[in-house]
Design a protein. Structure first.
Length: 282
């Protein structure tokens, strides 16, 4: 199992990248993936998905019946296990990708203080899934980027989602050299909404900051953003991932997403944490 945390400085790009990567990897590689929303229901990594009929039926049930609220209560009562975990999730791709909806209670975010209960949720998920994806926002807390629920370094991948913005890049690479800042645990960088015509190209970023981390670019796609806003990214990625290269802008987005997913798979495999997968699936 490998937990992958996508984080940003507040522009919410990490949620879009995490969700898109989870879908694409589910359609490409063997194994099971969990996409987990720790914050408000309907936001973050679940914002790009429409509610299926099954999910609408579940929404009429008491709040304890599904999502992160139910999982936290079960974990607190020591009734949560790998065997029953998926009963409280939304199946996005049957047998491949499940979604944990966020909280519907007054407390919209899972605080660091509740890390013990949330840690139990992750512990059960680790027994049932090969990858766990989540999105996060940077905090000055030393463990915020790595997640409030510590794992040995070999079982956690942290991915920074950045923009071609000078101040943001300078902040990130400044954080990288600070021993007291959580950003120094980052394993890879994604430049989102990438513009290849910008002077702040991937190559120039690497040279300017002496970047040694894997750096992936995902070009802007109007069609993907429309799909995100219309809550149908699953259909978008299914439709376009195998199409021939007829439309460069779209292909640029899908190629960038594919490169990121392949890189994450290699990073996880290199740490010998992805135990169930082997080679690419169809």
């Amino acid at each position: 199992m490998s937990r992958i945390i996508f984080w940003d400085y507040g522009h919410e790009g990490s949620a879009e990248v995490a969700a898109a990567a989870a879908v694409r990897m589910s359609l490409t590689y063997p194994g099971r993936i969990l996409l987990l929303n720790e914050v408000k229901a309907g936001t973050s990594v679940e914002a790009g998905f429409s509610l299926s009929d099954q999910y609408q039926d579940r929404s009429a049930l008491p709040l304890t019946e599904y999502g992160i609220d139910a999982l936290l209560r079960l974990a607190a009562n020591q009734r949560l296990s790998a065997a029953n975990f998926s009963d409280y999730t939304q199946p996005v791709i049957k047998g491949k990708l499940d979604l944990v909806s966020g909280s519907r209670e007054e407390c919209l975010e899972i605080s660091l203080e509740s890390g013990e209960k949330l840690g139990r949720v992750y512990a059960a998920a680790e027994q049932a899934y090969d990858f766990i994806f989540t999105g996060s926002r940077f905090s000055s807390g030393a463990v915020a980027v790595a997640g409030p629920h510590n794992l040995p370094k070999g079982r956690l991948l942290s991915v920074a989602v950045l923009r071609q913005n000078r101040l943001e890049l300078e902040r990130f690479f400044g954080d990288m050299v600070s021993e007291t800042n959580g950003a120094n645990v980052t394993d890879a960088i994604v430049i989102q909404h990438y513009d290849h015509r910008s002077q702040w190209s991937a190559g120039n970023i690497r040279r300017r900051f002496g970047c040694k981390l894997p750096l992936y670019v995902i070009p802007h796609s109007t069609e993907f953003m429309d799909a995100w806003n219309n809550m149908n990214i699953l259909r978008f990625i299914r439709l376009h991932r195998l199409l021939p290269r007829r439309r460069p802008a779209k292909e640029g987005f899908m190629s960038g997403l594919a490169n990121l997913c392949d890189g994450l798979y290699r990073l996880a495999a290199g740490r010998d944490v992805y135990s169930r997968g082997g080679e690419k699936g169809a």
